[in-house]
Design a protein around this ligand. Structure first.
Ligand SMILES: [Zn+2]
Length: 135
């Protein structure tokens, strides 16, 4: 049997909800999907600088005390990335400016891998994969 047939079977199982990604598999899928997101941004004429990706639990707890994030942030699970967006040299900070990227990011979702854009909850530069009910 060729690899294609196996992949087809995996896709069928995923669609049937029979594949559950482990955290480690989600983390690696996230890293690869971010590549697609960044390439999309450059194709659309944006430039990116990398913001926060991994956040130690201690930092998340301190931030939560200052009401700047949640203790159980997906950054602590290596499933979230903050991107800084630029166009024509201008730093774009609004959620609205991130919307084209956000919608593209959401479109990359597949069964078992839900790509979530923070612009849906007032955090426009935040891109993540849902895990344990969090975004
Ligand atoms: Zn974030």
């Amino acid at each position: 049997m060729g690899g294609v047939a196996v992949e087809d079977e995996e896709v069928k199982m995923a669609w049937a909800g029979k594949i559950k990604y482990t955290l480690r598999q989600k983390q690696s899928a996230f890293a690869l999907l971010v590549v697609h997101l960044i390439q999309f941004a450059y194709r659309e004429g944006y430039e990116i600088t990398l913001g926060e990706a991994y956040r130690p639990r201690e930092t998340a707890e301190l931030m939560a005390k200052k009401r700047k994030g949640i203790k159980n942030s997906l950054h602590c699970k290596r499933l979230a990335l903050d991107l800084n967006l630029f166009k024509n040299g201008k730093y774009l900070t609004s959620s609205e400016a991130h919307k084209p990227l956000g919608e593209y990011w959401e479109s990359l979702s597949t069964p078992g891998l839900k790509c979530c854009w923070g612009g849906r909850f007032g955090d426009g530069n935040h891109y993540s994969i849902a895990h344990g009910g969090r975004k």
